[in-house]
Ligand binder design. Structure first.
Ligand code: ATP
Ligand code: MG
Length: 308
């Protein structure tokens, strides 16, 4: 679905302004279920091995929400995202997008994976990489495609790099290209699987702020998977804490921090510390329940220095 279709009637100045239109659309849909995961189960079988990766996951995202998902390594986060994205068939349960079952990659969804190096084509310019998925949208004119590519590159601060090749860019810039590609596609739902794990801390902080800015501008529903507890609390309106494998939702935590967040003040807020401590304790409890890694310390580690 494109921005026009989401935005409704285009008869006034607000409706002609893309940001106002997206905000209008988000407000109009707020409270509606965008994504439902119901009793999701995934068992991998083959080569004499059987892994119950996900046991029973049930949760929902409302339209326009930004929800972070954290859980111990190997608990099935990537498996879950692949099932939601229609890239992997679940063993049981359902994924519903706006009430309709997901049985293959849905047109309204975009995914950003961790390995940006592998997700961009080195022989294509940045512009062509971002444009590629738009070619599937047959109703888009060439001009509209170019407009979307230009505006999404501008949104991630890469308008100067449109003609460059991915291998000419830094890791953080390549990840921005991957984000621009997802944004240009105008998804209803954006799935992100540890998208910043491979970039340095300063770039990571910048990209976190970029995601919150884009989310606020575009009204997209975001499910963001991360290992990083501070990142989950900083970004999310809610944090879903998963148990160790076989995986269930251990807790859904509302992040009652102010909507306007910044790296210095939000991370220095005592409430931020309380929330991250709570999430950390829950994950440690999940690991202990599964008899996992005894080498993991029980105390809460020092906070990641803001903007370092
Ligand atoms: N294609 C596959 N075939 C068999 N088993 C798999 C496959 N993909 C994942 N698994 C297993 O499923 C479990 C969950 O893996 P998954 O990659 O979803 O975890 P994760 O939470 O994303 O881990 P990480 O935090 O390390 O990224 C693991 O035990 C893994 O070995
Ligand atoms: Mg993973």
């Amino acid at each position: 679905m494109n921005a026009e279709a989401r935005g409704g009637g285009a008869g006034n100045a607000e409706a002609r302004n893309p940001e106002a239109r997206n905000a209008q659309a988000r407000n109009g849909r707020r409270g509606q279920h965008m994504l439902d995961v119901r009793g999701l189960r995934k068992v991998y079988e083959g080569h004499g091995r059987r892994v119950e990766a996900v046991r029973d996951l049930t949760f929902s995202l409302e339209a326009g929400e930004l929800v972070c998902l954290v859980g111990p390594s190997g608990c099935g986060k990537t498996t879950l995202l692949k099932c939601i994205a229609g890239l992997l068939a679940p063993t049981g349960g359902d994924v519903l997008l706006q009430g309709g079952p997901v049985t293959g990659p849905p047109p309204g969804m975009a995914v950003v994976f961790q390995e940006y190096g592998r997700s961009l084509f080195p022989w294509m310019s940045v512009r062509d990489n971002v444009e590629l998925p738009l070619r599937q949208k047959k109703h888009l004119s060439k001009d509209r495609r170019r407009e979307l590519v230009a505006s999404s590159l501008r949104a991630v601060g890469l308008d100067d790099a449109a003609g460059a090749y991915p291998w000419q860019l830094s890791g953080g810039m390549q990840q921005r290209v991957a984000i621009a590609r997802a944004v240009a596609y105008e998804p209803e739902v954006l799935l992100m699987d540890e998208p910043f794990a491979a970039v340095d801390a300063q770039t990571r902080a910048d990209l976190e702020d970029l995601i919150r800015d884009l989310w606020q501008q575009l009204g997209v529903t975001v499910l963001f998977v991360t290992h990083d507890i501070d990142e989950a609390v900083y970004l999310g309106q809610r944090v879903l804490i998963l148990s160790a494998s076989p995986t269930v939702v251990q807790e859904q935590l509302t992040i009652d921090l102010p909507d306007v967040r910044d790296q210095l003040h939000t991370r220095a807020d005592p409430r931020f510390t309380q929330l991250r401590t709570h999430v950390y304790e829950q994950i440690q409890a999940a690991k202990r329940a599964a008899g996992a890694d005894p080498a993991v310390p029980d105390e809460v580690p020092a906070a990641r220095a803001p903007g370092v």
